[in-house]
Design a binder for this molecule. Structure first.
Ligand code: ZN
Ligand code: ZN
Ligand code: FE
Length: 840
């Protein structure tokens, strides 16, 4: 069974079994069959005029207008009964003549509200109770909390129409929403989902809103975040001292003026602040970069609508669908013209990048700003580089004081930070790069594996070090947190703890097991160890973790298990796991791995030929060090002569030689990410980088710039049997390839051609290794598989050779996907132990 979740657009094509209704996850057929069977049985069984049917519905069914939907359907069919939210989903009873109930069952799955996803529903037939009328009952608070909390949903078409309709009472009101859109995850304080347990609790509905809220025929029936200009949140424009300069419409107008004049405005959105600035204003964008300390990483853009996106980028039908989806993520799109050369976008937005990260407005406030301005805005996270996004008004003023000129804020609190999500188009589908707004905290449903053995215990997985995401499994569902970020700052660490506490509180879970990375120095690992040791002063929820069991999971094994879980697949596969770095089971730094196995275990069947990381972390920031290490391996001292001029100063030679000779501060690595860096440096692309993966990204773009007639054939790359290295049976020896690269650079071959051939070489090597191992299923995971060129080349070659390729579709291939894999591995281990115990 596949774990496809929450597929509101009904892309049935992705499911292995085509289910009648796209919005139903694949669990439906079994239930539907059972349901049909029982209907028939029930009909045969009784001739009583009345029947009573109870349904327990599980899935994303709260906050989507589910109860009013049931109400309307029951009313239409003249059925009595009730419906109620509970901790696990929705429960309902309908009573009436058999043919009416049959009609109910027939229509129920077909006419679901647009945002609902049903994972399963349990029908049972009860003795009729002569119910009268149909009631929407108060939420039932009994039972375990496992209801799916919906992510925030971008403004729907109906609300958008009202927003710009002068006759509507919500005309230009920036907090308009309804049952089909608006805040969810970012404003829910507690389950079950009810207004009193959201950050809207303090806003009392005005008579008009109260009437809509109580009317089951209204689009806003029980819309918990409902608001209007009379009773809802209000805008204000503040300066950095907290002084309010303008409110409501005037605040918006003043913010628009400031943005048009090139000022930087911090704008409070759904799940946090954005820093916004005119994307066409080179000086303003540079000022933002300088103040934020983010020098080269591309900045995201927000544009008014699809047309505006089309003016900047090539928007194919897939991209159009992503942009206008309720998730409204940042979509990486090919820029129409070179960034900075016309088109209204300053070069500083995405220096040297042929792609732009573009999103459409996801709230009425953003719609109002963008329409009024009519120009693309830079909309980057409201934070200092690498810190988590700001959510509170006071916090933003404090932390962003040195960045933003003005603060456009409002008085609806943000319950928890949720960044914008980022997606790319790879191999015909969505590849998540960052999973947050619109997606978090939707669960990934694990493949069958029994809820008893190992499935019963809640598992908390604390993720990796970079791009941290935590995960909590309840039964087969793995709830993935929003993107937390790199655990490099005190703020990020605080956010990490906060998210864990928040998750455990929301789901009232006390995990029996904490899964963490094998790397002892990751802050996430340290936190897990300290939590179970229970030392020092810590909050109560953390003390509850004392004495719990720890399970360490090897980093690349977690990548493999994550990709399998993401695809709802169990069983053996050959994982090609290529990334920056991760601690290996042998204590060396892995990163170019071929792991044969599954969640339960793996064998390292091959990896790249290891090379030294000169100076450890320093080699990540300086690709030139990798270039040197590669050439030293090939030519010894003669390597210096083969390096491109200017990579090293002559006085640097002695200290580096000492490091190389003695292996000082130079752990050995098989990192594929670093191999990309090294080759980028050999092509003269980068001496140093300002963010991880930058050089590799530029190498990919360079390959894309190769002329149509350029040579794209692979260089030689040897697969050699292991020379006594424990664990890995085979080595991908890159030396012949690097030699060829050096030779072509010397001959003056275009760097773009070399870059294209380099990509082809790696894809070819992966394919021939897969051929040698002979395992038919090949998941591709790790940060390197964000590289679209590498990934698509691999997909094409592997499929042609008869392999089944798995890519990440629900979570990211980078370290944001690690916690999902950690859960899967821990679960498999518990299951194996359990089976052993009961002697299977
Ligand atoms: Zn709406
Ligand atoms: Zn109102
Ligand atoms: Fe990784």
């Amino acid at each position: 069974m596949v774990g496809t979740e929450y597929d509101h657009r009904g892309s049935v094509a992705n499911l292995p079994i085509a289910v009648g209704v796209g919005r139903f996850a694949a669990e439906l057929p079994a239930d539907a069959a059972r349901l049909r069977g029982e209907t028939v049985e029930a009909r045969a069984m009784t001739t009583r005029p009345l029947q009573r049917l109870r349904l327990e519905v599980r899935g994303a069914v709260q906050g989507v207008g589910f109860r009013p939907y049931v109400f309307r359907l029951a009313e239409e069919l003249d059925l009595a009964g009730w419906v109620s939210n509970d901790q696990r989903g929705v429960t309902l009873e309908v009573e009436g003549p058999a043919d009416h109930l049959e009609a109910f069952l027939a229509r129920f799955p077909d006419e679901l509200p647009p945002r609902a996803v049903v994972h399963s529903f349990e029908p049972s037939w009860l003795v009729p109770a002569e119910l009268s009328g149909f009631a929407i009952r108060r939420s039932d608070q009994a039972g375990a909390k496992s209801a799916v909390i919906l992510p925030d949903i971008a403004t729907c078409g109906d609300c958008l129409a009202e927003l710009f309709d002068p006759a509507d009472r919500r005309y230009l009101y920036p907090f308009t929403n309804c049952t089909n859109c608006g805040p969810r995850f970012s404003f829910i304080l507690e389950l079950p989902y009810d207004r009193s347990r959201t950050t809207m609790a303090d806003f009392e509905l005005c008579p008009d809103c109260a009437r809509e809220y109580a009317d089951p025929r209204d689009r806003r029936f029980h819309a918990q975040p409902d608001a209007c200009p009379r009773c809802g949140p209000q805008l204000s424009l503040d300066d950095s001292s907290g002084e309010t300069l303008a409110v409501a419409g005037e605040a918006l107008e003043a913010a628009v003026m400031a943005l048009a004049a090139g000022r930087i405005v911090a704008v409070k959105g759904l799940g946090g602040f954005h820093l916004m600035v005119d994307a066409g204003d080179e000086a303003a964008v540079r000022r933002l970069r300088r103040r934020k300390g983010r020098y080269e990483k591309p900045l995201a853009l927000m544009v008014a609508d699809l047309e505006a996106a089309r003016r900047l980028c090539t928007v194919d039908p897939w991209a159009a669908r992503e942009l206008t989806s309720p998730e409204a993520p940042i979509v990486l799109l090919p820029a129409r013209t070179e960034v900075g050369r016309g088109g209204g976008v300053a070069a500083a937005v995405a220096p040297g990048n042929p792609f732009l990260g573009v999103m459409l407005p996801s709230t009425p406030l953003h719609h109002l700003l963008l329409r009024r301005l009519g120009i693309p805005l830079v909309a980057t996270s409201g934070n200092l580089s690498d810190e988590p996004i700001c959510t509170g008004n006071g916090e933003a003023r404090e932390r962003l004081a040195a960045i933003a000129d003005l603060f456009l804020v409002h008085d609806r609190q943000i319950a928890r930070h949720v960044d914008d999500s980022v997606v790319a188009f790879v191999d015909g589908g969505r590849l998540p790069i960052r999973r947050a707004r619109g997606f978090a905290p939707l669960p990934v449903q694990l493949a069958e594996g029994g809820d008893g053995a190992g499935g019963g215990e809640a598992i908390l997985a604390v993720g990796a070090h970079l791009k941290n995401v935590v995960a909590l499994s309840l039964g087969r569902r793995v709830f993935l947190s929003q993107h937390i970020g790199d655990m490099e700052t005190v703020e990020a660490h605080a956010a990490f703890e906060q998210v864990i506490g928040d998750f455990l509180r929301l789901y009232e879970a006390t995990p029996g097991v904490i899964a963490h990375d094998l790397h002892a120095d990751y802050l996430s690992t340290r936190w897990a160890r300290e939590a179970v040791a229970g030392e020092g002063a810590r909050p109560e929820w953390e003390r509850a973790l004392r004495g719990r069991r720890l399970i360490a999971v090897q980093h690349h094994h977690a990548h493999l298990a994550s990709c399998l879980a993401d695809n709802g697949v169990e069983g053996r596969a050959l994982g090609v796991i290529w990334d920056g770095t991760g601690m290996g089971t042998d204590g060396t730094v892995w990163g170019g791995e071929f792991l044969l196995g599954e969640a339960a275990g793996f064998e390292r069947v091959a990896s790249l030929r290891p090379f030294p990381l000169l100076g450890g972390e320093a080699a990540v920031r300086q690709p030139r060090r990798v270039a040197l290490a590669l050439l030293w391996d090939l030519y010894g001292e003669g390597g210096w002569e083969k390096l491109p001029a200017g990579l090293f100063a002559s006085r640097e030679r002695t200290p580096f030689e000492r490091m190389l000779d003695r292996g000082l501060q130079s752990p050995m690595t098989t990192s594929a990410g670093r191999l990309f860096d090294g080759v980028a440096a050999l092509l003269g692309l980068r001496r140093e980088v300002s963010f991880e993966g930058q050089a590799a990204m530029e190498l990919e773009f360079l390959a894309g710039a190769a002329s149509g007639t350029a040579d794209r054939s692979p260089y030689p790359l040897d697969l050699v049997e292991s020379t006594g290295r424990p664990g890995a049976a085979c080595q991908l020896d890159w030396r012949a390839m690097v030699e060829a690269v050096v030779e072509e650079v010397r001959r003056g071959i275009a760097a773009s051609t070399i870059a294209a051939r380099f990509h082809a070489t790696l894809a070819e090597a992966i394919c021939s290794l897969a051929g040698r191992i002979g395992e038919s299923r090949v998941p591709l995971s790790g940060g390197c598989f964000q590289n679209r060129r590498l990934t698509e080349l691999c997909c094409r070659r592997l499929r042609r050779a008869g392999f089944e390729v798995l890519l990440h579709r629900q979570g990211p291939p980078n370290d944001g996907g690690i916690s999902l894999g950690q859960v899967a591995v821990a679960r498999a281990r518990l299951r194996a132990e359990n089976n052993q115990k009961i002697g299977r």
